[in-house]
Design a protein around this ligand. Structure first.
Ligand code: GDP
Ligand code: IMO
Ligand code: MG
Length: 455
């Protein structure tokens, strides 16, 4: 089966040689990218992660079995596909080892995995720093009477500190360095000369300090380096060799557009370029090679952690959406904040990514609501605006203007064509397409591979 999302004559279809396609999240993460990547992986030769790290949690359900992937590309579930972790990812090698072990224990063949030698390593001190910084912000917020305006609510996976060290350069460790003990020791010594006093200042415990002793770090790195060594490669060259050989590549975005470090709701964002143009820097394959960019979006909105979310709901509707959609984080288990769909934000995300089509997920979750709403404009200081500002302070001041749609009561999780959708559900999808300015190439009505409406 070829997916309509990628099958037009202009691109020559998904199976056309040397094609590059992308799946990106258009909201604040958890849009269902894992499901879409898993589905589309069948038509590509390689699946490539280009950003983020173990902050990502991508769930894939195959024949009723659920897999949660964090660092490993979601294409891994197809034997024989290359699964590539590009240079733009920050890799916690111990988490990666655990994830691979878990997959192998469940019978998944992981031999297709390769990791860029230039991907930066998330070291134990990055996670300590991430946690201590968060604690500091929480303390600050509490002393100001709660509310937590400064709390980012990170996953505490060391993502921000690892990307910051990448920019600092001196003392940063890349995956290839795990195989060069002399150089690694120098880098770790330099890193700890800077980190130690900072972490002390932030309240590092003596137990944490012991864990971060250079010899401990060296021993852990040596061990993990030996185990991952055969997978560490120059993935930029590998990817270009694949393209020259006419193979097709699917890029898997992590996190979401509104969490992008430049274009998201800064500072309530992650540390990487989550959007389609991050593919160029994060893999060495120019983003100009992309012929299809599928933007994944939920039929409503969720967000984990701090930061503004204009269409946020509380009370019974939020509770119902959260429970029906099982809106609890794949990575941290935190309940996700829930809101109606924000079409102002969606238009912005489509624009920033150059999305060529939408994959609208979780439509089934909205079954049973008498009324479904979507935010179609904002109000700031009594004035109506219909464009999105990623400025967190400004966005926090906006009030949503909702448009209401009549709901539908039917269970749609077994629907497989647009025609079979209840008329009100179809009208909702069509309204979204019109607002976004691009078609919904895929409508998803459940977590399973087969619970999908194409075209
Ligand atoms: P990702 O981070 O974008 O890959 O998304 P997550 O995996 O974190 O969260 C999406 C959740 O929704 C997962 O539990 C998926 O199995 C599930 N899911 C995906 N698509 C659908 C859908 O159309 N309907 C329902 N009910 N669940 C879905
Ligand atoms: P996937 O790939 C949802 C959020 C965190 C926090 C902020 C910064 O599953 O869609 P970080 O640990 O990255 O420094 O946290 O970003 N966040 C995500 N939220 N899904 C994700 O990934 C996320 N990755 C990061 O909750 O608010
Ligand atoms: Mg997720």
């Amino acid at each position: 089966m070829e997916f309509a999302a990628f099958s037009d004559a202009e691109s020559g279809g998904a199976r056309a040689p040397g094609r590059c396609h992308a799946v990106v999240g258009l909201q604040w993460g958890d849009e269902g990218k894992g499901k879409l990547v898993d589905m589309l992986a069948s038509e590509h030769d390689a699946v490539v992660r280009y950003n983020g790290g173990a902050n990502a949690g991508h769930s894939v359900v195959v024949a009723g079995t659920r897999y949660s992937l964090h660092l490993v590309p979601s294409g891994i579930l197809y034997p024989g596909k290359a699964a590539v972790i590009g240079n733009g990812v920050v890799v916690d090698p111990w988490k990666l080892m655990d994830e691979l072990k878990g997959l192998r224990e469940r019978g998944v063949n992981t031999s297709g995995l390769m990791v860029s030698d230039r991907a930066h390593v998330v070291l134990p001190y990055h996670k300590v720093e991430d946690g201590l910084r968060e604690d500091l912000l929480n303390r600050g917020a509490a002393s100001e009477g709660g509310g937590g305006p400064e709390k980012i609510g990170t996953t505490r996976r060391g993502i921000g500190p690892a990307y910051a060290d990448k920019a600092h350069r001196a003392g940063a460790v890349r995956m290839g360095d795990l195989l060069r003990p002399e150089l690694l020791r120098e880098r770790l010594q330099l890193a700890m000369a800077v980190k130690s006093p900072m972490l002390h200042g932030l309240g590092m415990t003596s137990e944490q300090e012991r864990d971060l002793a250079i010899e401990n770090l060296m021993a852990q790195c040596r061990d993990v380096g030996q185990q991952l060594g055969p997978m560490i490669r120059d993935t930029t060259q590998e990817l270009h060799a694949m393209l020259r050989a006419g193979k097709s590549i699917l890029f898997e975005g992590a996190n979401g557009t509104l969490l992008d470090v430049d274009h998201g709701t800064y500072p309530y964002v992650t540390g990487s370029s989550t959007i389609s143009s991050g593919i160029g820097t994060g893999t060495g394959v120019p983003a100009s090679r992309l012929t299809r960019i599928l933007g994944v979006m939920k039929a409503y909105t969720t967000r984990v952690g701090g930061g503004p979310m204009p269409s946020e709901l509380s009370g019974e509707i939020a509770h119902n959406i959260r429970e029906r959609g099982r809106e609890y984080g794949t990575t941290t288990g935190r309940p996700r904040r829930v809101g109606w769909l924000d079409l102002v934000a969606l238009r912005y995300s489509v624009m920033i990514n150059g999305a060529t089509g939408l994959a609208l997920t979780m439509l089934d979750v909205l079954s049973g609501f008498k009324e479904v709403c979507a935010c179609t404009a904002y109000e700031i200081d009594g004035k109506r605006v219909d464009f999105f500002t990623p400025d967190a302070t400004e966005l926090a001041r906006t009030k949503p203007v909702f448009t209401s749609f009549p709901g539908w009561s039917e269970d749609i999780s077994n629907v497989r064509s647009r025609r079979e959708l209840p008329a009100n559900a179809r009208a909702y999808v069509e309204f979204i397409e019109k607002a976004a300015g691009v078609p919904a190439d895929v409508v998803s009505v459940g977590p399973g591979r087969e619970q999908t409406i194409l075209g």
